[in-house]
Design a protein around this ligand. Structure first.
Ligand code: NAD
Ligand code: MG
Length: 382
């Protein structure tokens, strides 16, 4: 039986990971963590009996400790708690399902401790991809993608020679605002942006999908996971979200992975280290589907995608600014403090003043994040 720790177990990916654990009976759970949702974390502790749990907010951790005294499971708090969960000795694999750059330190610690990683937390690879991939190589640990596009690429590369990749074709649904003009986007409200046509996900990634910043983050994520140049990564809009991504090889042959939009498949594929196992749920009905259509992304209206490509190409600390500015802006948009198009304006603003660091270490990445936050706070939040 394999043992896993889940960082961010109360979120969309975290709860679906636990659904897979429940359905297969092939995994035990060593650590569970939440940001603040202690009601759900308590239920999860009672069902899965982890060796430890952690909550980001100190007061919530104390409350959970009181409530779960009968279980005898230690409950830790803050970043120390997250790091303890990432390195919990009995775990073979750590599922990184927290949202945002907060995942960098626990991911690096988990790798240092020799744990394989099922990686959902793309912001960590976007900002610290060079550190994560190098640490993984040194430690000989595997990083299994959970993001559906990257899992599709991983599946398409099975038994293929990576040096024969010609292009990675990352598919995108285009989000709820595909086909809209900038004038129409100016009026978008939080409720509109939270309605994704095909996938049900956490709030931050749902907003990112609507701006196509999510696809930009995924382009950078693919660069690190599959060690390809940005020129080899192309985004193709495929609105039905049936083709989860494709790989073209030097002979022009293309391998693709298709299926219904269900994150449990990539989650399960990662937990089983790239092996197939039964998974219930809907199957694709091609006759009912009728057609699969394709178009090029509109990088002028959805310029977050273009900015992300540019940030990725510049590399060093620039993707950190792109990501941190986006995290900051999306949080403000969700609090209704800025307009929808201000998200990309803030990213552009932060990028325009940044002095690039070529090879940022962990400290420089976290300082770049803090600096980006301070800058945007002073310019946009007074
Ligand atoms: P979510 O918001 O539903 O869940 C996030 C989890 O992290 C929750 O358990 C939350 O309590 C915890 N958390 C939030 N802020 C925290 C903080 N500051 N400190 C510690 N813990 C914190 O998010 P999600 O949709 O599950 O996404 C998680 C990650 O997976 C993201 O990086 C996202 O881009 C990626 N991802 C998600 C999906 C999806 O279908 N949801 C698909 C692909 C990739
Ligand atoms: Mg994705």
């Amino acid at each position: 039986m394999k043992t896993i720790s889940i960082l961010g177990s109360t979120g969309s990916i975290g709860t679906q990971t636990l659904e897979v654990v429940r359905a297969t009976g092939d995994f035990t759970v060593s650590a569970l963590t939440a940001g603040s949702n202690i009601d759900l974390l308590e239920q999860q502790m009672r069902e899965f009996h982890p060796a430890m749990a952690a909550v980001m907010q100190e007061e919530k951790a104390e409350e959970l400790r009181e409530r779960t005294r009968d279980l005898g499971i230690p409950v830790y708090a803050g970043m120390d708690g997250l790091l303890a969960a990432a390195t919990e000795p009995s775990a073979d694999m750590v599922v990184t399902a927290v949202v945002g750059m907060i995942g960098i330190r626990p991911t690096l610690k988990a790798i240092e401790a020799g744990k394989d990683i099922a990686l959902a937390n793309k912001e960590t690879l976007v900002t610290a991809g060079h550190l994560v991939m190098e640490a993984a190589r040194e430690k000989g640990v595997c990083i299994y993608p959970v993001d559906s596009e990257h899992s599709a690429v991983f599946q398409s590369l099975k038994q293929e020679d990576h040096s024969k990749i010609s292009r990675i074709l990352l598919t995108a649904s285009g989000g709820p605002f595909r086909g809209r003009t900038l004038g129409e986007l100016e009026k978008v409200q939080v409720e509109d942006a939270l309605k994704h046509p095909n996938w049900s996900m956490g709030a931050k990634i749902t907003i990112d999908s609507s701006t196509m910043v999510n696809k930009a983050l995924e382009v950078i994520e693919a660069r690190w996971l599959f060690d390809v140049d940005f020129d080899q990564i192309e985004v193709v809009v495929q609105p039905q979200s049936v083709i989860h991504s494709m790989v073209e090889f030097v002979d022009g042959g293309i391998m693709a992975q298709l299926g219904t939009p269900d994150m449990k498949l990539p989650i399960q594929y990662a937990l089983y280290e790239g092996k197939r196992n039964y998974l219930g749920g809907d199957r694709l009905d091609f006759a009912a589907l009728g057609q699969i259509t394709f178009e090029a992304p509109d990088m002028e209206t959805f310029c977050g995608l273009k900015l992300g490509y540019e940030a990725g190409r510049q590399g060093g600390s620039v993707p950190t600014v792109f990501n941190a500015a986006n995290e900051f802006a999306v949080a403000r948009f969700l609090e209704r403090k800025i307009g929808y198009l201000d998200i990309v304006r803030m990213i552009e603003d932060a990028l325009s003043v940044h002095k690039r660091i070529a090879h940022p270490d962990l400290e420089a990445i976290l300082e770049t994040e803090a600096e980006t936050y301070r800058y945007l706070e002073s310019r946009w939040c007074r």
